[in-house]
Design a protein around this ligand. Structure first.
Ligand code: GTP
Ligand code: ZN
Length: 356
């Protein structure tokens, strides 16, 4: 008898179609977590251990081509057999939240895939930073999941109205929720997104209260929560790896370790969506090739001088665009090199412990 209904775990019709056409005789599962190349995968019968086939390893172009938390994978061994199942393929992802790895390398690091909603979690005390929020929102739009801004620790905020106004100016077209795990304010609003067949991910800095919230949805303390010094808002990293969690009342949650930085990949489309206010203005500039740097009839400069758009937001937009353009160029060169080389071997070192 089946223990889990895969549709309730987020399986979509397109994935089923793809699976049936490509992986006859195999079975489907969803990656729960990954550590040192070993995967935990949830199937209809329960959670099993798995590893990728030699062929996947051989053909992998980068770490990002390996299965990630939230992926649907095709496996060949019967779930009741002893030992690990072998993953033979990853089904197409309908959304992917990723960043550039921290440090000098330009590799992509996948944070979560196949998510319907990405909760951009930011606390209303020390962690509050609009520029960082813009970075997260841009990445979230690029991911193809629906971004929702989740402002936590409302109980520690004394100027909520003001902060909400500021957030509403940068989170255009994005739902904004305010919660407190201490008073339970707003928790039900978050629950509305976590329903049967839906997958949500909590993303944000360390210590903003992601695990505390997830424990609330679970009804028990699954996720370790570390004490945080409220004086400077700094906390130890508690969540050390990404994990997919099935919520008993329905829905799937992906918890991710707190991020210190969010270096971006080539997310130009995401930036366009996040900064649609500025993008719309650029079309109104007198000159089609306006650089918004002092030309006459510049709608962007005019909006800034009138206070419609803040100078800081505009600078943030330019900075992100430059970063994304740089990454786009890098990606292009890298793809060219890869196609010449054929493949890249995965190094043994993995990124599951996220001290970043
Ligand atoms: N005052 C207050 N404290 C909270 C709230 N939510 C969480 N905290 C506290 O904030 C600290 C960090 O919470 P976590 O849930 O571990 O934060 P996290 O985002 O999961 O952190 P990482 O696992 O490091 O990414 C703990 O001391 C919590 O008790 C809240 O709504 N109000
Ligand atoms: Zn202009």
């Amino acid at each position: 008898m089946s223990k889990f209904n895969l549709k309730e775990l987020g399986l979509k019709d397109n994935t089923i179609k793809e699976f049936e056409s490509l992986y006859e005789g195999m079975y489907l599962g969803r990656v729960v977590c990954e550590q040192k190349n070993y995967y935990k995968v949830i199937t209809e019968k329960g959670v099993i251990s798995a590893k990728v086939s030699g062929k996947i390893m051989y053909n992998a172009c980068s770490i990002a081509s390996y299965p990630a938390v939230g992926d649907w994978v095709a496996m060949d061994r019967d779930e009741d057999a002893q030992g690990e199942a072998i993953i033979h393929g990853t089904l197409e992802r309908y959304s992917k939240f990723s960043r550039k790895t921290v440090g000098p390398k330009d590799d992509e690091q996948i944070i979560a895939v196949n998510i319907d909603t990405v909760f951009i979690t930011m606390s209303l005390n020390n962690n509050f930073n609009l520029r960082r929020l813009e970075r997260y929102i841009s990445t979230a739009w690029e991911s193809e999941a629906e971004p929702v801004v989740l402002l936590t620790k409302a109980d520690l905020c004394e100027d909520l109205e003001e902060k909400l106004l500021e957030v509403s100016k940068v989170a255009i077209g994005v739902d904004i929720l305010v919660v407190s795990s201490l008073t339970n304010e707003g928790i039900d609003k978050v629950k509305e997104y976590i329903t049967n067949g839906k997958t949500v991910a909590f993303i944000g800095s360390s210590g903003v209260g992601k695990s505390t919230l997830i424990n609330k949805f679970l009804g028990y303390e699954k996720m370790k929560v570390s004490e945080i010094r409220e004086s400077d808002g700094k906390g130890r990293h508690t969540t050390t790896y990404r994990e997919l969690i099935v919520i008993p009342q329905g829905g799937v949650v992906i918890d991710t370790p707190g991020m210190r930085e969010l270096p971006i990949m080539d997310i130009e489309d995401g930036i366009e969506s996040a900064f649609r206010d500025i993008e719309e203005l650029t079309i109104q500039c007198k000159f089609g090739n306006c650089t918004h740097d002092g030309e006459p009839g510049c709608a962007v400069k005019e909006a800034i001088s009138k206070g419609v758009i803040s100078e800081e937001r505009y600078k943030s937009y330019i900075k992100l665009k430059k970063e994304a353009e740089f990454m786009a160029k890098k990606e292009k060169t890298k793809k060219l090199k890869e196609s010449k080389k054929g493949r890249i071997k995965k190094s043994g070192k993995k990124d599951f412990v996220e001290i970043i």
